[in-house]
Design a protein around this ligand. Structure first.
Ligand SMILES: [Zn+2]
Length: 468
């Protein structure tokens, strides 16, 4: 009680500051508790549970258990680091310090503080550089120690570093012009600036979605059209059967980075494209051809005689399983999940900009984070969207996770209605195995984090496992 009164006696800007810090640690501790529960599950479930006997052998089970345990331990340390770093930045006034550094860079190039947008861009560049450098050791460790140890990493250090630099440059090329236009719109927008700002971000996200796959993703990965053949015809037939306006099917060389597998589609209106990771395709995946030596296995020249040529740890799905996976993906489209997600995120963004318009004039928000004199708009955006909205953001992200699981069940049911239930089941089992997913989860952890329902629940819903 005394402590609460003590906090209430503080000036309002101090109250805001400690509330933000306190909430951040509350979320951190909650997440740490959930991860602890999940790690406990990894540690204690050392035998394949009976209900999984048919879908997972004990060797794969143990492999995935150790992989997930390593990943969880890693995210414990990286989470602790980033929470501590964030707290220190706030306590030591890192944000106003970097703003001042940006100000002195401005003076060097002969510009005064009246050029707020330019100073904001300098600030943003410094801030993203800072986080790129502090994040680098963590992502190097994740890729070259953890993923490597469990056989997923396919990158060389040179490729990784080049890729990181490229990603940084491409991000800056998008971030800086978009931010400067947004700040300009807020500056000149008058009373209804939040409507223009929202419309602008809406336009930017639509443009990015449109150009991403054609102009941005190919900067990083090789996309090749799926060769003519049975799989391609089958995919086209399936698309036609549900009037999906398919224009092209690509295979992306995901195996260059990692052996995790995936499939997705993109595009607006009548121009939709499907992308398959090469790691998803049994006959296409380089993982089945080169890489790990498999001395007891013959070269996989004749795919006609599968039983003879199948390497022991062959990865990926066969054609009918790939079609089932695509049946699921197309279910997302047919059921309007994309559109629903876009509508939700745009409503949310409108709401946030409206609240931002109400709050941006409050000087105490700036004072709380060490801006006693000036109130730069960019800093206002950071404080309000990131710190002040954080309880709301947490709640929203939980609701979206719940919604996503619902959508996954619906897409599975759609594939089932296309008569692909058993192929989808075997694809899910294979993918879970290839990606070393652990099929047992703590209920609270999975409720909070899992955007996809646990494997067993999906198999049950698809009818492959009888309810007891
Ligand atoms: Zn899905």
């Amino acid at each position: 009680m005394a402590m609460v009164e003590g906090i209430l006696d503080l000036p309002v800007e101090k109250q805001i500051f400690y509330a933000v810090l306190g909430f951040s640690w509350t979320v951190y501790l909650w997440e740490a508790y959930l991860s602890y529960r999940q790690r406990r599950t990894y540690r204690s479930t050392t035998q394949v549970p009976q209900e999984l006997w048919k879908i997972m052998d004990s060797e794969t089970f143990e492999k995935s258990r150790l992989y997930q345990l390593d990943k969880s331990n890693f995210s414990f340390w990286s989470g602790l680091y980033s929470e501590t770093e964030g707290t220190l930045i706030l306590l030591l006034g890192g944000i106003p310090f970097m703003w001042d550094v940006a100000g002195s860079v401005m003076i060097r190039i002969g510009l005064g503080s009246e050029y707020e947008i330019t100073q904001s861009l300098v600030f943003l560049t410094l801030a993203t550089l800072f986080s790129a450098f502090t994040g680098l050791p963590w992502s190097v460790y994740n890729t070259f120690v953890i993923e490597e140890k469990h056989g997923f990493n396919q990158q060389t250090l040179g490729f990784f570093l080049k890729d990181t630099v490229k990603k940084f440059i491409v991000t800056q090329c998008i971030l800086l012009p978009v931010t400067s236009l947004l700040l300009y719109i807020i500056k000149i927008g008058g009373d209804y600036f939040f409507i223009y700002a929202w419309l602008f971000t809406l336009a930017v996200s639509l443009v990015l979605v449109t150009i991403y796959a054609d102009y941005i993703a190919p900067l990083f990965d090789k996309f090749a059209p799926l060769p003519e053949g049975e799989l391609k015809t089958d995919i086209e037939d399936m698309a036609k059967s549900i009037s999906f306006p398919l224009t092209k099917v690509y295979v992306v060389e995901g195996s260059k980075r990692s052996s995790h597998s995936n499939a997705y589609f993109y595009g607006f209106f009548k121009n939709k494209r499907i992308v398959l990771f090469d790691t998803l395709l049994e006959d296409y995946s380089p993982l089945n051809k080169s890489g790990e030596p498999q001395p007891e296995q013959p070269e996989r020249e004749d795919t006609s005689n599968e039983s003879k040529a199948k390497p022991k740890n062959k990865k990926g799905c066969n054609n009918s399983e790939i079609l089932a996976v695509l049946g699921h993906e197309l279910g997302h489209w047919k059921l309007g999940h994309m559109v629903k997600n876009i509508v939700i995120s745009q409503m949310n963004s409108f709401l946030c900009f409206s609240l931002f318009a109400v709050l941006i004039g409050r000087k105490e928000l700036f004072v709380a984070f060490g801006f006693n004199g000036s109130q730069p708009t960019l800093i206002g955006l950071m404080i309000i969207f990131q710190f002040i909205f954080s309880p709301y953001n947490e709640l929203l992200s939980f609701c979206l996770t719940v919604l996503s699981r619902r959508f996954e069940f619906q897409a599975d049911a759609f594939a089932r209605s296309m008569g692909k239930a058993s192929e989808l089941c075997s694809a899910l089992i294979k993918l879970n195995k290839d990606n070393l997913g652990f099929p047992v989860a703590d209920w609270l952890f999975s409720m909070w984090h899992y955007s996809h329902p646990p494997l067993l629940e999906r198999l049950r819903a698809l009818g492959s496992i009888k309810q007891d």
